[in-house]
Design a protein around this ligand. Structure first.
Ligand SMILES: O=C(O)CCC(=O)C(=O)O
Length: 227
């Protein structure tokens, strides 16, 4: 049974919920300001442990190390799974029957170019991601960029856009400009901020000088097994 969060202080406000539902992302500035140093120290000790089961993912412009289930790998990260601020976000967006859908740690030395997240998540089942970037990032140093409104994944705008997804060269073939010049919105962050992202919102990062440290936590609405 899920731990429900009844304290209104931990719920997103109506306007925050509307912002997220409309644009497909939400920045919560400094929500974890008091905790982020401890989170970053625990993150580093997992990411630099050679027995962390990390997977190296190849990107055209650099590498990405992804460590699955990072919250379970350090005592000083486990508490995030039941933190009322986290659960308040999940509950506000998904409802009381939210399901925890794992965590990961990433060291990114790559650009991720435009894509939506679909892995192990049927399009019709709402999935959200909470991103903690552990270094200050802006548009010039690899901050996440989003295309607001692409969370409406059945919309013809999103459909047209996705003809070029995933491959920078293909974006150029389809739209005639470099992928990083397409109209997206950078979301600059400082350690302690949390970005809440709908999996379907088209997102990317460019110009990362890396490695950028990213902790992800995922939640979904109940649905069929995703295997
Ligand atoms: O490049 C980034 O920072 C975003 C990572 C990403 O695309 C993802 O985790 O889905």
């Amino acid at each position: 049974m899920n731990q429900s969060v009844d304290n209104a202080a931990y719920q997103l406000s109506e306007t925050q919920q509307r912002y997220f539902a409309t644009f497909g992302f939400l920045l919560l500035e400094q929500l974890f300001a008091d905790d982020i140093q401890g989170i970053a120290a625990a993150f580093d000790s997992v990411m630099f442990d050679e027995n962390n089961d990390g997977v190296n993912l190849d990107y055209s412009e650099g590498d990405r190390l992804m460590v699955p289930a990072i919250l379970d790998r350090h005592e000083d990260l486990k508490w995030l799974k039941t933190d009322p601020r986290i659960l308040g976000i999940a509950q506000s967006i998904i409802g009381r029957d939210w399901v925890y859908a794992e965590s990961s740690g990433d060291l990114l030395e790559c650009e991720t170019t435009w894509h939506r997240d679909v892995y192990a998540s049927p399009l019709t089942q709402l999935h959200i991601k909470l991103l903690f970037y552990l270094d200050p990032l802006d548009a010039e140093t690899g901050a996440l960029r989003v295309m607001p409104g692409t969370n409406y994944y059945q919309d013809s705008y999103t459909h047209d856009l996705l003809r070029g997804q995933g491959f920078p060269d293909r974006m150029k073939d389809v739209f005639g400009v470099d992928a990083h010049k397409l109209p997206g919105v950078p979301v600059p962050t400082r350690p302690g901020d949390v970005i809440v992202l709908n999996f379907r919102t088209v997102h990317a990062s460019f110009a990362g000088k890396g490695p950028r440290r990213l902790l992800n936590l995922n939640f979904k609405e109940p649905g069929p097994p995703t295997g």
